[in-house]
Design a protein around this ligand. Structure first.
Ligand SMILES: Cc1ncc(COP(=O)(O)O)c(C=O)c1O
Length: 406
């Protein structure tokens, strides 16, 4: 079992270990509806909304109230955290995920940043990322004056695996004790590929005084396998991040979360702003992860997976569309644009990809993502899977673009 060398007390920043979190009077005396609340300088007359506050909004079978918005939200969000634990509790796992294993924040972007602030001393410590990967790990590191070390995914060869390289990561960690966090994205962005659990295990078995952060933003789209959130009960230095922005379709409410051993989750909760998750966000999040919301999520996911399969089939029929790189485990595809038809030996090409990208946007009103400059992604666009109509439009317009630039 890995993790023996991990010591939270020496791994986290001393100022964070010593931090006395902000406390409010309602940590002592709950807002149970009976107390007169004159402790937080709120406005007892109510929110400045001209709408009739007595109107109740029905969402996923339960009532959403606006009337309490003059009060600060719950800093602890235990009800939401319990539902998130229930969502990811694996039937095979003996140990249960509990609310004290959870951090909830303003998107998983808050967890990405919070972990860096928790573990990395600015100007001294480092994080490790595996390109091609999600850009916010590096942005958050730069904001915090933390250096980024790169160990690429496996991108060499005719058909690269785009999987992590645990041995290479271990070699780098061995030689650099200032690396405190390793960010791994599974399914990867932009690769759309689930990391092999055996490779992840190999990394987690390595004894070092740092934390592996597994970003599962797209996990509900994976064609096989499931969330490894429960592994936080087995590995003292694993954090698993997720979000309601993708499969749950709630990017606008900004709700991300991280499962972690209770010591790490406790530090993240101590350092966050006390009222980071708004009342509306948590009320909507609770409805999204309750049974009625899960049913909607699953039916949308089925539609997205159906369109993803259709896109793979129909894009393949376009002569200047090359290979799909990575995998089919997310709600997007990473696909090569060729400088000529495949039957005439066309190659993936950044100039073509850039041309297709801008023509699709400027002449056809379809915005995809150019990823040709990412490691191992020459000539690639990343295309999000949309509705059936959006897919039809994309396929039609892409063919037109290729005719126009031929
Ligand atoms: C891999 C990955 N992680 C995290 C996020 C951010 O998610 P959130 O909306 O929860 O901040 C994204 C968003 O695109 C992502 O691709």
């Amino acid at each position: 079992m890995g993790g023996a060398a991990f010591d939270l007390e020496t791994c986290a920043r001393p100022n964070i270990i010593a931090l006395q979190p902000y406390r409010c009077a309602r940590d002592d005396y709950k807002d149970d509806g009976n107390n007169t609340l004159l402790d937080a300088n709120e406005n007892s007359y109510g929110p400045s909304l001209s709408t009739d506050l007595s109107t109740n909004h029905e969402v996923n079978g339960s009532t959403l109230r606006l009337a309490g918005l003059n009060r600060y939200p719950d800093p602890h969000q235990i009800e939401l955290k319990q539902l998130l634990c229930d969502l990811r509790q694996s039937t095979g796992s003996l140990t249960k995920l509990k609310p004290d294993n959870v951090f909830v924040g303003v998107g998983s972007d808050e967890a990405i940043d919070g972990l860096i602030r928790c573990f990395c001393v600015p100007g001294v410590d480092k994080i490790l990322v595996c390109p091609p990967t999600y850009g916010m790990y590096t942005v958050a590191a730069q904001v915090n004056d933390v250096e980024v070390v790169k160990v690429p995914l496996e991108v060499e060869g005719q058909s690269p695996s785009f999987d992590i390289q645990p041995t290479k990561i271990k070699d780098i960690l061995e030689g650099d004790s200032r690396i405190k966090l390793v960010y791994i994205c599974s399914p990867g962005n932009p690769t759309g590929k689930l990391v092999d659990p055996a490779r992840l295990k190999a990394l987690l078995e390595y004894n070092w005084n740092g934390v592996v952060v597994l970003d599962e933003a797209y996990i509900d789209f994976a064609s096989h396998g499931k969330s490894l959130a429960c592994w936080v009960n087995d590995y003292p230095n694993l954090v698993v991040m997720q979000t309601l922005s993708k499969a749950f379709g709630m990017a606008g409410i900004r709700l991300g979360f991280a499962f972690a051993p209770s010591g790490i989750a406790g530090l993240l909760n101590n350092l966050k702003a006390p009222y980071n998750v708004s009342s509306l966000t948590s009320a909507l999040a609770i409805r999204a992860v309750s049974e009625a919301g899960l049913q909607v999520m699953r039916s949308h996911r089925e539609l997205i997976v159906g369109q993803r399969e259709r896109l793979v089939r129909e894009l393949s029929n376009i002569s200047r569309v090359g290979r799909f790189l990575g995998g089919y485990d997310a709600n997007f595809l990473l696909v090569e644009m060729l400088n000529g038809p495949k039957f005439l030996g066309g190659h993936p090409d950044n100039k073509t990809a850039q041309m297709v990208y801008s023509r699709l946007a400027e002449a056809k009103g379809i915005v995809v993502r150019y990823r040709g400059n990412e490691l191992g992604c020459t000539g690639c666009l990343r295309i999000t899977v949309g509705t059936e109509d959006e897919t039809t439009k994309l396929l039609e317009k892409l063919e037109e673009v290729f005719q126009e630039i031929a």
